[in-house]
Design a binder for this molecule. Structure first.
Ligand code: ATP
Length: 371
C-alpha cells in the first residue's frame, strides 16, 4: 500500500505500555498531526517511525516495503526536534550545507543547493549569521531547511513550534503548511496543541493513553467526535448525564431528540455532548424537547462571540453566540437553552447512578466547559 503504514504497533518500557494496537496509514503527500495530552505516546510513535526506537511488536512499511528493522540513517526521513538541534558554531549556510554533505551531495553543488533551501524558508539573507544571532522563528526555519536538505521521503516534526511565542507560532504554522503543500511531502507533526493540529493537518490522529482514539480530517474530528475524550480534547463541549427511558434519552427530566436514535436499551446511562455554538437561548418552556432552563450564572465576551453559562437541572450548559445576538442576557435571570438535535451526540454513560445526579460531571469536563 502507498504511504507509510503501521500495523499493530506496540511499545512497552518494562511495566509501562507507551503504545498499543496502533494501526495507521499516513497518506503520501499529506500532513498528519499526532495530537494528544502529555504522556499519550506521541513522541514514542514518532521515534518509532523515525527508526530511533524499535517497536515491541508490529510492523512499519513505506510504499509497500517493510522498514520495521531498517536503521534510522537508512530511512531517508527528515526530522525537526523541539530544540531544533542546530550546530551553534556553524553559520546558517554551513548548518544546511553540513546536512547536504551527510547526504553525499558533492561540494560544488552544496552551497547552491543550500542557497535554494534557504530561499525556500525565506532565510537566504541570513546565510552568514551564527545560529546564536537568530530569533526562535528564524532558527526554526533553518532547522526545516536542514531537514529538507536530505530530500526526505517523510518529514517528521516533534512539537516544532513549542519554543516560539504565540503570535510567531501562528505565523509559522501557516508558513509550514504552505511549504508542505508546495513540496507535497508526506509529513507527520507531533503536537499537543489542538489549534496547531487544526491549522496544519489534512488528518489528525487523536491519541490517549497509548491508543489512537480517532483519525479524521479536522472537520470530522470537531463535528463528529467518536468518543467523549475526543469531544472534550478538541474544542469546547457541554456534557450532560442522561438515561434512556421508553426508547428516548432524558436529561434533567427533559426528553431529547437526536438525529440518530441512541442504540441503547432502556435504563442505560448515557452522556449527551453538544458544542456551545449548537445551543440556542430560548424562552423557558418545560414542555419542549431538547430544552432545559436555569439561571444565567456567568456571561463573558470572547472576541466576537459571547458565552452564556446556564446552570440547568442536568448540569451546566454553555451557549455561545455572536455578541450582537445576546445583548439582552442578564446574569441571575432564568433562561431556556435548546440543544440542536442535529448536533447532539450520545455516548454510553457511567453506570454508577450518574444519570440521576446532574452535577456528576468529571472535573475534566467541568474544566473543559469552563475553559
Ligand atoms: P509529551 O507531550 O509530554 O512529550 P508524549 O505524548 O510524547 O508526551 P511519550 O514521550 O511518547 O508521550 O511517552 C509515552 C509514555 O511512555 C509515558 O508514560 C512515558 O513516561 C513513557 N516513556 C517514554 N519513554 C520512555 C522510556 N525511555 N522509558 C520508560 N518510559 C518511557
Amino acid at each position: 500500500m502507498a504511504g507509510l503504514v503501521l500495523k499493530d504497533v506496540r511499545k512497552t518500557y518494562g511495566e509501562v505500555t507507551a503504545l498499543q494496537n496502533i494501526d495507521l496509514v499516513f497518506p503520501t503527500g499529506k500532513l498528519t498531526a499526532l495530537l494528544g495530552p502529555s504522556g499519550c505516546g506521541k513522541t514514542t510513535l514518532l521515534r518509532i517511525i523515525a527508526g530511533l526506537e524499535t517497536p515491541t511488536r508490529g510492523s512499519l512499511s513505506l510504499n509497500g516495503n517493510d522498514i520495521t528493522t531498517l536503521p534510522a540513517n537508512k530511512r531517508k526521513f527528515g526530522m525537526v526536534f523541539q530544540s531544533f538541534a542546530l550546530f551553534p558554531h556553524l553559520s546558517v549556510g554551513e548548518n544546511v550545507a553540513y546536512s547536504l554533505m551527510i547526504s553525499g551531495i558533492e561540494k560544488r553543488t552544496r552551497s547552491k543547493r543550500a542557497q535554494e533551501l534557504l530561499d525556500l524558508v525565506q532565510m537566504a539573507d541570513f546565510q552568514d549569521r551564527r545560529i546564536g544571532q537568530l530569533s526562535g522563528g528564524q532558527r526554526q526555519r533553518v532547522a526545516i531547511a536542514r531537514a529538507l536538505a536530505q530530500e526526505p521521503d517523510v518529514f517528521l516534526l516533534d512539537e516544532p513550534m513549542s519554543a516560539l511565542d504565540a503570535q510567531l507560532r501562528e505565523t509559522m504554522q501557516v508558513e509550514l503548511r504552505l511549504l508542505q503543500q508546495q513540496l507535497n511531502i508526506t509529513t507527520i507533526v507531533v503536537t499537543h496543541d489542538q489549534r496547531e493540529a487544526m491549522t496544519m493537518a489534512d488528518e489528525i490522529v487523536v491519541m490517549s493513553n497509548g491508543v489512537s482514539e480517532q483519525i479524521g480530517s479536522p472537520t470530522d474530528i470537531y463535528q463528529r467526535p467518536e468518543t467523549p475524550f475526543v469531544a472534550s480534547f478538541i474544542g469546547k463541549a457541554n456534557f450532560l448525564d442522561g438515561v434512556v427511558r421508553g426508547g428516548r434519552v432524558y436529561a434533567g427530566e427533559c426528553p431529547f431528540d437526536l438525529e440518530k436514535p441512541a442504540p441503547f436499551v432502556d435504563g442505560s446511562p448515557v452522556q449527551l455532548v453538544c458544542r456551545p455554538e449548537n445551543v440556542d437561548l430560548c424562552p423557558v418552556d418545560g414542555t419542549v424537547s431538547n430544552t432545559l432552563s436555569g439561571p444565567v450564572t456567568f456571561v463573558r465576551d470572547v472576541g466576537p462571540t459571547r458565552e452564556v453559562f446556564v446552570e440547568t437541572s442536568a448540569g451546566r450548559v454553555i451557549c455561545e453566540m455572536p455578541s450582537s445576538e445576546a445583548t439582552s442576557v442578564v446574569q441571575g435571570e432564568t433562561t431556556g437553552v435548546r440543544l440542536k438535535a442535529s448536533a447532539l451526540l450520545c455516548f454510553p454513560g457511567q453506570a454508577t447512578g450518574a444519570a440521576a445526579d446532574p452535577t456528576a460531571q468529571t472535573d475534566d469536563q467541568r474544566e473543559n466547559v469552563a475553559a
